[in-house]
Each structure stands twice: as structure tokens, then as C-alpha cells.
Design a protein around this ligand. Structure first.
Ligand code: UD1
Length: 339
């Protein structure tokens, strides 16, 4: 029988790409999303790509009665992938209560349903932000967390703690946290991609909007870091590779292959790239020259981080395959098609 997966935030950037990979792998998907940072057209486009339409539930997952009702109507869910969360670092500094309430309450309500309905497992969207600015690079899963730089980052640290403690207390609960590095790029069909709300705060949407003439100038936040070219280093990963990591993690959960009932993996490429290198790659593959200006560092930014992906490679049997050229090409194709 086909397995049924509940994907919260499935109309969002990473959620929509993951839904496509899940459907391609033969899963039935139910998306639960409040469309606060997306729209229902995304579901139409997923249907266009996959040939089948995922079930869709418009729901606020912080509403306990609505969540209870959702699980009463959808029996026999085999697993949950929980993407639904707020993710704007700057906004989280301005509105911490909104972030703590939404990001933590949704997770707690879902875990209560997991226990009540004996759902075999849950995959949680964590982030490399849990490491703060680490002393040693690359970071492994055992790298000790530094204080997170923002309430958003703290919700990811706390989310992992909630999962760890819940799994310790209950051997029947199975969870995997995936610590994403910097997801960029879009589906090769250019039918789905990142849809930033208002002025983008992330680098790649800002680049593509500058290239499209929506923004006058791209600001490079700092060229005085202790890195080879002075700009900050990150591990950029193609969103399609990231989506596939979820399918691999799900297979591990559903096939009972976990070594303990709570596991966590770094999901990156293992390569670091500077802001200047990424911009050059975008300009090269798309034959575009961007109008840049170096400005001061952005508050809360860390200097550098990239992943040791050995554990995900060996345990999940997954590896990032797409290069920065493909990330930059697909990001631009998507920008040109956004409607
Ligand atoms: C951060 C978090 C990540 C989180 C994401 C959500 C870390 C290490 N990463 O990503 O977990 O999911 O926010 O938003 O905490 N930059 C510019 N000009 C711009 C925009 C960005 O130079 O207009 C630079 C930044 O200073 C940074 C790099 O580009 O060095 C990447 O920035 P961004 O795309 O915002 O991602 P992170 O801040 O790394």
C-alpha cells in the first residue's frame, strides 16, 4: 500500500520541492499549509510537474482544535515532514514572541498527535543556524552549539531539544532532524521556486531580483571578514538535493534503520563559497553583470560555516549532486518565470 506523508509547509520553498520528490518516489502527500508565505498556485504547479495533485489542507498549525480535526479526518498517516515555520532572521529579532509561539507550538501540537495516533515518525526542519559561529570548521553533528544569533535560531535549537527529550521519554517515537545549510536554486521546470515576501533578506533572491531590475543594487554585507576575499562563507545547497535528503531520511525512518530513535544530520554540500564567489558564478552562468556595492556587515551574521556531510552520506546514502552553476542557472530561470 502507498504510504501517506503529511507535509506541513508543503506549499513553501523547501516543502514544495520535497513534495515533488516524495510523489516521484511513490508516496501520497497531504500538504498542510496556511499559505502565509506562499499561495495555492504552487499546488497547481506541483500537479503540473508531478502529474498528480497532492491533497491540500489550508490550516493554521498553531490552532490546536484545527490540528486535532486534521488528524481525526486523515487517519493512517505514515510520517510527518514538518517544514511549517517562520524563517526570517531579522523579523524574529523584532517579533520574538511570534517566532517562539508559532515555531514551537506547531511542533508540540504535532508531536502530541504523533503520540496519540501512533504515527511512526517525524522529520524536522532544523538549520545550520543551531551551531552559531563554531570554533572549528567544517561542523560535524557533534560540534557543540554556540548561542544562536537570533530568536529564529533559538527556535531551531529548542525544536531539536523538544524532539530529543520526547524521544528519550518514549521509545516508540521516531524522529530525524535535518540541519539545512543554505538552500538556493529552483526546480528545473522553473514552475516552483522561492517566493520571497516583500524585499528579500536572503542573498540569492536579492541577486535574482537585482538582475531582473526589481532592485537597483545588490549590497554585499561586509568585505572585511577573515576569509580569502573578505566576504562571508556559506555552504549553498541546491533545493532539489535538499528535497532528496528528505526522501532518504524518510526511507530510514519507515524501514526501521535508525540507530537511535532520535537522529540528526547535516544537509549541505561540504563546500564553502564566499558571497563574491557566488555572485561571480551567477554573473558567469547567466551572462549578467550585477550592480554591486559593498556595505557594512549585517548584524547577527556569522563569518563562516560549512558542513561535514560524512554522516548523511554514509547513514542516509545521500549526497548533494548539483553544483553552484546549476544552482545559479535555475535560480535565474525561476526569477524570469515568477508570476
Ligand atoms: C540564515 C541562516 C539559515 C536560515 C536563513 C533563513 C545561518 C548560518 N544561516 O542564512 O539557517 O535558514 O538565514 O533566512 O545563520 N548577503 C549579502 N547581501 C544580501 C543578502 C545576504 O551580502 O543582500 C550575505 C549575508 O551577509 C551572508 C550570505 O549573503 O553572508 C548569505 O545570507 P542569507 O542568504 O541571508 O543566508 P544566511 O544569513 O546565511
Amino acid at each position: 500500500m502507498r504510504k501517506k506523508i503529511l507535509v506541513t509547509g508543503g506549499a513553501g520553498y523547501i516543502g514544495s520541492h520535497t513534495t515533488i520528490e516524495l510523489m516521484a518516489a511513490g508516496f501520497d502527500v497531504i500538504i498542510a499549509d496556511d499559505l502565509s508565505n506562499s499561495n495555492e498556485k504552487v499546488v497547481d504547479r506541483m500537479e503540473q510537474i508531478a502529474g498528480t495533485r497532492p491533497a491540500f489542507e489550508k490550516i493554521n498549525l498553531a490552532d490546536e482544535a484545527a490540528v486535532t480535526d486534521l488528524f481525526n479526518r486523515h487517519r493512517h498517516i505514515d510520517s510527518i515532514i514538518h517544514f511549517a515555520a517562520y524563517k526570517a532572521v531579522g523579523e524574529s529579532v523584532a517579533k520574538p514572541l511570534l517566532y517562539y509561539k508559532n515555531n514551537l507550538l506547531t511542533l508540540i501540537l504535532l508531536l502530541e498527535q504523533v503520540k496519540k495516533h501512533r504515527i511512526p515518525g517525524i522529520i524536522f526542519s532544523s538549520s545550520c543556524t543551531v551551531y552559531g559561529q563554531p570554533d572549528n570548521l567544517p561542523v560535524t553533528e557533534e560540534t557543540v552549539f554556540k548561542p544562536a544569533e537570533s530568536p529564529y535560531g533559538k527556535t531551531k535549537q529548542m525544536g531539536e531539544a523538544i524532539l530529543r527529550d520526547s524521544c528519550l521519554a518514549d521509545n516508540d517515537l521516531h524522529a530525524i532532524a535535518l540541519r539545512y545549510f543554505n538552500p538556493v536554486g529552483a526546480h528545473p521546470s522553473a514552475l516552483i521556486g522561492e517566493l520571497p515576501n516583500g524585499t528579500p533578506s536572503n542573498l540569492v533572491p536579492f541577486i535574482t531580483q537585482t538582475a531582473a531590475g526589481i532592485r537597483d543594487q545588490l549590497h554585499v554585507f561586509g568585505d572585511d571578514y577573515k576569509t580569502p576575499d573578505g566576504s562571508a562563507l556559506r555552504d549553498y545547497i541546491h533545493v532539489v538535493d535538499l528535497a532528496k535528503a528528505h526522501v532518504a531520511a524518510l526511507a530510514r525512518l519507515l524501514n526501521g534503520k535508525q540507530k537511535s530513535n532520535y537522529e540528526y544530520f547535516n544537509i549541505g554540500t561540504g563546500k564553502s563559497l564566499s558571497v563574491f564567489q557566488l555572485i561571480k558564478e551567477f554573473e558567469k552562468v547567466n551572462a549578467i553583470t550585477l550592480n554591486l556595492k559593498v556595505t557594512g556587515r549585517r548584524t547577527g551574521d556569522i563569518e563562516q560555516i560549512y558542513a561535514d556531510t560524512t554522516l548523511a552520506n554514509s547513514e542516509l546514502g545521500w549526497k548533494a549532486e548539483l553544483g553552484i552553476d546549476e544552482m545559479m542557472r535555475s535560480a535565474w530561470s525561476w526569477q524570469q518565470k515568477i508570476r
